[in-house]
Design a protein around this ligand. Structure first.
Ligand SMILES: *[C@@H]1O[C@H](CO)[C@@H](O)[C@H](O)[C@H]1NC(C)=O
Ligand SMILES: *[C@@H]1O[C@H](CO)[C@@H](O)[C@H](O)[C@H]1NC(C)=O
Length: 288
């Protein structure tokens, strides 16, 4: 393992920043803690003992996608380190370890088939075997004071590598993040169905100021709405039949209650009167 060079750090900061800006499903805490690319950059400056797998920058900058050989050569973990790792089973899984026990202990769980990610378990059941487990990047366990923020950084880096190396299961929506994929084609199949920044777990103890908490509450609401809109749109684009069915179900759910029917009528009335008002405006030349 080696210290990350400045160009690599610039790359990681830039791409994590892009991810935070464009991931439709990322939870609000990330944009609160990493509120500018300078802040992100500062995190890398404060972690003086980060190590990455040799040649990572060249791999990321190469015009062709890395092959399985690159992943099969990834170095082993060390005790009491956090980091982002790859599981090679001819398919690829990208994960991270940010618990008090660190990445090496996490690997022993893989060895005894404990708490495996669902698709890793499924692949084992299908007869695939793990041919290599290696580390892309690691940092020593952080000071407890910095745990939540450093955990967020590692999770964001896990997400970065999952999308850049596309260790994701292909989906019609492709998570709204196909622009993050580093190369047009990868010669392996991905096993990740989501990345950790979707989940709030592990952010317990994140010290937010009162002001940040207010921002978080507002963003959380927007976030849910935005994500719903995104999923709705994906469904509309990719599976019109299912989209229609969802709409039909939602409609029947509304009209099956008195309150719902009355709300629907109200909405229709509003629409009707608005259309009428528009019509009158237009006819009387009030418009334009
Ligand atoms: C980012 O957050 C820090 C710490 O809460 C704050 O001091 C800074 O003004 C924020 N920057 C932006 C661009 O919002
Ligand atoms: C979905 O509904 C739209 C509008 O009602 C209809 O035109 C379309 O054919 C439907 N598509 C499918 C696949 O059911």
């Amino acid at each position: 393992m080696e210290a990350p060079t400045n160009p690599l750090i610039d790359f990681l900061v830039g791409v994590v920043w892009l991810l935070l800006q464009t991931d439709p499903s990322i939870i609000p805490e990330y944009s609160i803690v990493f509120n500018s690319s300078e802040v992100l950059d500062q995190f890398f400056v404060t972690i003086t003992d980060m190590e990455v797998t040799p040649g990572l920058y060249d791999v990321l900058c190469a015009t062709t996608a890395p092959t399985l050989d690159f992943f099969k050569d990834l170095p082993s973990p060390r005790s009491y380190h956090w980091g982002v790792y790859i599981i090679v089973m001819e398919k690829l899984y990208c994960g991270s370890a940010t618990s008090a026990r660190g990445i090496k202990k996490r690997f022993t769980q893989y060895e005894s088939s404990m708490a495996l990610p669902s698709n890793v378990q499924k692949s084992l059941d299908e007869g695939y075997s793990t041919t290599h487990k290696g580390v892309l990047l690691r940092i020593p366990l952080p000071d407890p004071v910095n745990t939540p923020e450093y955990r967020m950084l590692i999770l964001a880096l896990e997400a970065l590598f999952s999308f850049v190396f596309w260790t994701m299961v292909d989906k019609p929506s492709n998570y709204g993040l196909l622009h993050m994929r580093g190369w047009g084609h990868m010669d392996y199949e991905g096993l990740c169905t989501h990345t950790c920044p979707y989940e709030g777990h592990g952010l317990v103890g994140l010290p937010l100021t009162t002001e940040q908490r207010v921002v978080k509450a507002v963003r959380q609401k927007e976030h849910v709405k935005e994500y719903d809109r995104f999923r709705h749109h994906q469904l509309w684009v990719n599976d019109r039949e299912k989209y229609n069915e969802t709409r039909r179900k939602a409609y029947w759910k509304i009209v099956s209650t008195t309150e719902g029917r009355s709300r629907l009528n109200q909405a229709r009335m509003t629409y009707y009167y608005k259309a009428k008002a528009d019509d009158v405006e237009e006819k009387s030349g009030l418009r334009g």
